[in-house]
Design a protein around this ligand. Structure first.
Ligand code: HEC
Length: 195
C-alpha cells in the first residue's frame, strides 16, 4: 500500500512542480515578449513599407513606363494612369489609419510639394533633419498625444533614381529644385501607441 501511494504521490508532485515551472517560464517569456523593443517593431514596419515602396516603384511604375504600357501620374484618378509611388505610400498610410489601431505612417519632407507632407511637430522637424545628416540611423523617441505615449520613428527616404529628382526639381509646387541623386529627400514617419 505504502509503495503504491508513494508511486502515486511522486508523479503528481512531479507534474505539479513541472506545471509550476512551466507557468513560471510562460510568465517569463510573456514578460520578455511584452518587452519587445519599440525600435525593433518600427524596424519591422518600416521594412515592409520600404519593400512595398521600392517594388512598386521599380517593378510596377518603372517597368510599365519603360514598356510604354502605362504611365504614373499625379492625376492618375482622372486619367488612365498609375498612382505615383508617394501617393501609393500615403494611401496605404490612410488605409491603415482608418483601421483605428493606432498605427500611422506617412511620407514627409522639410521641403514638401504639399504642405500637409511637412513636419507636423518639432519632433518631426528634428527627426527629418537628423535623418538627412545620418541617413542610416533612424530618429526615434516617445511622444505623447494627451496622456497616451506613442513611439515615433523617422527613416530617411532617398532619391534612389533620377525620376525622383527630375519630378521633384520640376514640380510646380516644389520649394526645393536642387535635389541630387542619392540625396535624402525626406522621411517615412511611423508612429504607434505603446499601451
Ligand atoms: C512624377 C513625379 C514624382 C516622382 C517621380 C517622385 N515623386 Fe515624390 N512626390 C511627388 C508628389 C506629387 C508628391 C506629393 C504627393 C501627395 O501628397 O499627394 C510627392 C511626395 C514625396 C515626398 C513627401 C514630401 C512632399 O514632397 O510632398 C517625398 C519624401 C518624396 N515624394 C520623395 C520621392 C522620392 C525619394 C522619389 C523617388 C524614389 C520620388 N519622390 C519620386 C511627385 C513625384
Amino acid at each position: 500500500m505504502r509503495a503504491e501511494k508513494l508511486i502515486l504521490v511522486i508523479p503528481i508532485t512531479a507534474i505539479m512542480s513541472l506545471g509550476l515551472i512551466n507557468s513560471a517560464l510562460a510568465q517569463d517569456s510573456k514578460h520578455s515578449f511584452a518587452g519587445i523593443k519599440p525600435e525593433l517593431v518600427a524596424d519591422f514596419i518600416f521594412s515592409v513599407i520600404e519593400a512595398d515602396r521600392t517594388l512598386y516603384a521599380r517593378q510596377v511604375v518603372e517597368r510599365m513606363q519603360e514598356t510604354g504600357t502605362v504611365i504614373a501620374s499625379e492625376s492618375w484618378m482622372h486619367r488612365n494612369a498609375l498612382p505615383l509611388p508617394a501617393q501609393m505610400l500615403l494611401m496605404g498610410g490612410e488605409r491603415v489609419e482608418d483601421k483605428g489601431i493606432g498605427l500611422t505612417y506617412r511620407l514627409a519632407s522639410l521641403w514638401p510639394i504639399y504642405e500637409k507632407n511637412g513636419p507636423a511637430t518639432d519632433f518631426e522637424r528634428k527627426g527629418l533633419e537628423a535623418v538627412r545628416k545620418h541617413p542610416e540611423t533612424p530618429f526615434s523617441g516617445i511622444v505623447y498625444q494627451g496622456q497616451r505615449p506613442y513611439f515615433k520613428a523617422i527613416y530617411s527616404d532617398k532619391a534612389v533614381s533620377k525620376a525622383c529628382i527630375a519630378c521633384h526639381n520640376s514640380h510646380v509646387l516644389s520649394p526645393k529644385r536642387d535635389n541630387q541623386l542619392h540625396d535624402v529627400m525626406g522621411g517615412v514617419i511611423i508612429s504607434f501607441p505603446l499601451e
